[in-house]
Design a protein around this ligand. Structure first.
Ligand code: FES
Length: 104
């Protein structure tokens, strides 16, 4: 089973699990501050589930590419929207600062 490392914790997920859902189900804080309540619930449009990610995951979706290319995101490499990511192997993620988690 793939492992997700986040905030000094490791969870095991099923191959192909949605990253946002896996983190929420494990009680791990994918959102910063009020974004916990003010988010698009996984539609890929708000950008608040942004994480910096390394590991084996699905390719970017069209909506994810679109959302990561306008403010506060700037198309930086390594950024992904957790709600659009399927976990395919071990991954290491970091949440940035700010409402969207947009800065490291
Ligand atoms: S939850 Fe809104 S973009 Fe992921």
């Amino acid at each position: 089973m793939p492992k997700v490392h986040f905030k000094e914790k490791t969870i095991e997920v099923e191959h192909g699990d949605n990253l946002r859902r896996a983190l929420l189900n494990s009680g791990l804080p994918i959102y910063n501050g009020k974004a916990k309540h003010l988010n698009c619930h996984g539609l890929g449009t708000c950008g608040t589930c942004c994480v910096f990610l390394e590991g084996d995951v699905s390719p970017m979706t069209r909506v994810e590419k679109w959302r990561l290319n306008f403010p506060p995101h700037k198309g930086e490499s390594g950024k992904r929207l957790a709600c659009q990511v399927k976990v395919l192997g071990d991954v290491e993620i970091e949440k940035g600062e700010g409402f969207w988690g947009q800065t490291k």
